[in-house]
Design a protein around this ligand. Structure first.
Ligand code: ZN
Length: 300
């Protein structure tokens, strides 16, 4: 029986054991709205960040440790977007985009990755502090969509055949974004070292065709529980398992003490230059737009 609490602001693990496939499916509603509410982005940037946050949730849900952190960062040269950062920790998501508003106006309504990022790179960092594992992979931001770029990340950096689909849609004042990630892991979710992955293994194209048939409007349909959608795609398989659902929320980790410690590390003359007309140093969090006013005397 599909459960309605698996509709939005949640990520769900999926396993198709007989096909050696695993995956994650996620949908974001109010989490995206509350993250976007801290900014005043034009629609194309809201759409981009909604998809990027969904990708961040899918990748973050792969972390084994609750303390683990996943960071997605787009670095660009000559693009309309010059920086995009999203991160995930314990189901908490945050993100922001820095872009050139004047150049964005000249872009087509459905900008390509090339339009948005120019010569861009996508850096994905998995950080699992308990196991002391930190892994970063970087791929060019190429292809038609952020989903395609993420697929190349897995193909190039991890040699794992993967399928990534992302979609975002605004209805009225509210965004819904959804995503599906599927991977071919012959040795399963846990356990033995992967010795060899045959890219032409017949199980994988089968899973990729079924998964790839998911429609953007299914991913963004907040009335359609994620387990019902997985069932719709894979009900003919011998066995489809779902793993524990991960609730997703908006979370920012900025705090006054941290901001003060960062400012305190600047040399005195640079700190003096930061003081505004009101005698305070003002620092805005790029993620959540919180503003911190620091008395220069606090720093000594
Ligand atoms: Zn913040």
């Amino acid at each position: 029986m599909p459960t309605t609490e698996l509709s939005t602001d949640v990520a769900l693990g999926v396993a198709i054991p007989s096909r050696n496939a695993r995956g994650r499916i996620a949908r974001l509603g109010s989490v995206v709205d509350s993250i976007l509410a801290a900014h005043e982005y034009p629609p194309a940037m809201e759409n981009l960040l909604a998809e990027a946050l969904t990708l961040t949730a899918l990748l973050g849900a792969l972390l084994k440790e609750p303390e683990g952190q996943l960071t997605l960062q787009a670095q660009t040269e000559g693009g309309v977007v010059d920086l995009m950062v999203c991160d995930y920790r314990g189901g908490e998501l945050r993100g922001y985009v820095r872009h050139d508003a004047e150049r964005l106006i000249d872009l087509p309504e459905q900008p390509t990755l090339q339009d948005l990022f120019g010569k861009g790179y996508l850096a994905i960092t998995f950080d699992q502090p308990v196991a002391k594992e930190r892994y970063q992979g970087i791929v060019p931001l190429e292809g038609k969509s952020l989903g395609e770029a993420a697929q190349s990340y897995f193909a190039q950096s991890e040699q794992i055949p993967s399928l990534v689909r992302l979609a975002a849609e605004k209805r009225g004042d509210s965004w819904t974004a959804g995503g599906l990630l599927l991977q071919h892991l012959p040795e399963g979710e846990e356990g033995r070292e992967r010795l060899h992955t045959r890219l032409d293994h017949p199980d994988w194209p089968h899973v990729a065709i079924l998964g790839g048939s998911v429609k953007p409007e299914e991913l963004t349909d907040a009335e359609l529980p994620l387990d019902a959608l997985i069932w719709r795609l894979f009900h003919e398989e011998d066995e489809v398992r779902t793993l524990a659902a991960i609730p997703l929320s908006r979370g920012c980790r900025c705090d006054r003490t941290y901001v003060r410690s960062v400012i305190a590390r600047f040399p005195a003359d640079e700190r003096d230059a930061m003081v505004g007309d009101d005698g305070l140093i003002r620092v805005d969090c790029a993620f959540c737009s919180s503003s911190f006013s620091i008395e220069p005397t606090e720093l000594t």
